[in-house]
Design a protein around this ligand. Structure first.
Ligand code: DAH
Length: 345
């Protein structure tokens, strides 16, 4: 196609379009003109644009320029018509909205607190109301705090290297390290009882929440790292009835309703007598941890006088409490980092 011919048809199209837009007095007329001239599928502007390819190569830059000029003229006519039609209130029909306020917004994904951390905060809050102060202890421990002061003798199976994460110390593997130097990832939070009593004279009334480590293969109810809540109350005249009341109030508060508690005789080296504490939940007895009256040997180990003070201690599994309350059936779900699971809390 000749350049002149192309330019002529552009001119005629632009004139027609300007006329049509100038004469459009309703949204319908405006829309009809829009489709006819600049419609994306069969608009005349589209058609003429296709002919650009048939203009001789040397004239094509000039033809392209003219095409743009015509486009701009038509766009200007369209814009003017749109403003006129919109403001005349002839129709409320929106033709090409830039923003649709009825669409949902783009959601920003905020992180949230892990269910175990949420549980820990909740437990602290409940025990705080019962007068227990929160303390923390180290996760890497020596054998004095993890075993010896807790009345766990050298030959006790709980000290077996196969049941603990011993660390290599000063370049020596765990087996070659003597008992004084040995370090391990604490296997229980009872270590904190010792640290608190060593640092404070009685009375003490504390809880400690944190991680403990045992080389158990992971399954639905075991994980090599989990959390415990340790409790300790030492004061003149503290007795087992108070232990039961505290645990009952705790369970009632955490699980809701009036929770029934029972004690079953048990054994722990650091308590005498020792019990397993169970609570009744949905007509089932659920074990929630160990407890007992602190053994006089433990009190002596930290320099307390067992003739002057007594007390109780307990140790509960945090995961187990969290799982009961939320109906989680597999402890591994808590540590898979699967957002589909975590988002539910
Ligand atoms: N430390 C025990 C364990 O990990 C739990 C425990 C039992 C803690 C009795 C206590 C207690 O304070 O009195 O299995």
């Amino acid at each position: 196609m000749e350049l002149q011919e192309f330019v002529a048809s552009l001119e005629s199209l632009a004139l027609q379009a300007e006329k049509a837009f100038d004469n459009a007095n309703s949204a319908e007329e405006f829309e009809a003109a829009r489709v006819q001239f600049v419609g994306a599928r069969s608009g005349q502007m589209k058609a003429i644009q296709k002919e650009l390819g048939s203009v001789q190569a040397e004239s094509r830059p000039e033809a392209g320029k003219k095409l743009n000029e015509a486009k701009n003229r038509i766009q200007a006519a369209l814009d003017a018509a749109q403003v006129r039609v919109d403001s005349s209130g002839a129709s409320t029909k929106v033709t090409g909205p830039l923003l649709d306020p009825t669409l949902p917004g783009t959601r920003r994904h905020l992180g949230r607190v892990h269910p175990i951390t949420q549980t820990i905060e909740h437990l602290k809050e409940i025990m705080g109301r019962l007068g227990f102060a929160v303390v923390e202890g180290p996760e890497v421990e020596d054998t004095w705090h993890n075993f010896i002061a807790l009345n766990i003798p050298e030959d006790h199976p709980a000290r077996d290297p196969l049941d603990n994460f011993y660390l290599s110390v000063a370049g020596k593997t765990a087996v070659d390290v003597n008992a004084d130097e040995a370090r391990l990832l604490r296997s229980q939070t009872s270590t904190v009882q010792i640290r608190v009593m060593e640092a404070n004279p009685p009375p003490v009334r504390i809880i400690s929440l944190g991680r403990v480590y045992r080389p158990d293969p992971a399954d639905a109810t075991h994980f090599p790292m989990f959390h415990q809540m340790e409790g300790l109350w030492i004061e003149r005249g503290v007795n087992m009835a108070q232990l039961k009341s505290v645990l009952r109030m705790f369970a009632t508060s955490y699980l809701g309703g009036d929770v029934t508690i029972r004690f079953r005789p048990s054994f722990f080296p650091f308590t005498e007598p020792s019990v397993e504490a169970d609570f009744l939940w949905n007509d089932q007895w659920i074990e929630f941890g160990g407890a007992g009256m602190v053994d006089p040997n433990v009190l002596k180990a930290v320099g307390y006088d067992p003739e002057q003070v007594t007390g109780f201690a307990f140790g509960l599994g945090v995961e187990r409490l969290c799982m009961r309350r939320h109906g989680v059936l597999d402890i591994r779900d808590l540590y898979r980092n699967d957002l589909r699971f975590l988002h539910q809390f």
